[in-house]
Write a protein that binds this ligand. Structure first.
Ligand code: PRT
Ligand code: ZN
Length: 286
């Protein structure tokens, strides 16, 4: 039988959409029925398992799955023999300490002698230890934000994204314990055939990630501006320059980083560029 790389992803929840689109954008074709627990890609040697995110680190440690996609918060909390293979830049959030808004926060020592409700006992224990704090822990698996309001705890440690859940429960964020994003985790020693499949998949994922961070940019510019423009958007090797029908003008094509293209566009205009088009890139291989 041919070797398959087994990938565990979240069955439903905040990581599901990002995980599925990552695999699909990497060119994998597979069915994704609502009640399916596993599926095999039609065009790539991969089997996908749909699981609860909390179970994924254990499955990977036990080698039931070869790799898995989880939040870094879950990876850190579970303390399994896994490593982070790749950061995925989605499902960004933070794990934070929050206390009732009515409390005056006096700094970390505020937590001494307090009770903290959390679903992340290992991370909180390490955080308390690092800061020489002594506090009680109350482990609960969900709806952590209501714990102070119902008298179960003085403070919480939970995942925060926009902060609106904290706000609507009368809490305020006072310490960020860790930042998190979706990550691919893997067990240490993959057999060679599986490692080869993983390397192929990672190559594709990187091409998709690079493409997302870059845009294809085209513009018309006076020939005397070409050098200045090239210095700020050198592209992958150098820009493509095609003469226009209008003498003294060229069409210049290049690639620009998503994060600074607004700033660059202002510069380009000041150099005399006109008719600037910015187009998404689907895959990018350097
Ligand atoms: O069923 P299963 O166990 O698989 O899923 P789950 O319910 O345990 O996890 P899920 O789907 O809620 O989250 C999966 C992962 O998404 C988490 O482990 C984080 O890594 C990441 N993530 C990103 C988040 C959030 N953003 C987030 N906002 N996880 C949870 N939240 C919660 C937050 O705690 C709050 O209660 O969403 C609520 C809204 O957040 P605010 O701050 O925007 O109001
Ligand atoms: Zn979960």
């Amino acid at each position: 039988m041919n070797t398959l790389l087994r990938i565990a992803i979240q069955k439903s929840g905040r990581l599901q959409e990002g995980s599925l689109s990552l695999l699909q954008e990497s060119g994998l074709l597979f069915s994704n029925g609502k009640d399916q627990l596993k599926t095999q890609a039609r065009n790539f040697p991969v089997e996908i398992l749909f699981l609860r995110d909390d179970d994924i680190p254990q499955y990977v440690e036990d080698k039931v799955a070869d790799i898995g996609i989880v939040g870094e918060n879950v990876f850190t909390e579970k303390q399994k023999q896994n490593t982070i293979v790749k950061r995925l830049d989605f499902a960004r959030c933070r794990l934070s300490m929050a206390i009732p808004r009515s409390e005056t926060y006096t700094g970390l020592s505020w937590f001494n002698g307090k009770n903290i409700a959390t679903s992340y006992p290992n991370i909180v224990t390490a955080f308390l230890k690092k800061n020489n704090l002594t506090a009680g822990l109350h482990e609960i698996s969900g709806s952590v934000e209501i714990a102070p309001g119902i008298g179960l705890a003085d403070a919480i440690c939970d995942v925060v994204s926009t902060g609106s859940t904290l706000l609507s429960n009368g809490l305020k964020e006072v310490e960020v314990v860790m930042n998190s994003e979706a990550v691919i985790i893997g067990s240490a020693n993959l057999e060679a055939a599986k490692q080869q499949i993983l390397d192929k998949l990672l190559f594709r994922i990187e091409a998709v990630q690079k493409a997302k961070n870059n845009k294809y940019i085209l513009m018309n510019c006076p020939n005397e501006a070409i050098e200045k423009i090239t210095s700020i958007i050198p592209g992958m090797k150098s820009p493509t320059i095609i003469p226009l029908g209008k003498p003294g003008w060229s069409s210049l094509h290049s690639v620009v980083d998503e994060n600074d293209f607004w700033e660059k566009i202002d510069q380009l205009k000041s150099f005399g560029a006109q008719g600037i088009l910015v187009i998404p890139i689907e895959k990018m291989i350097l």
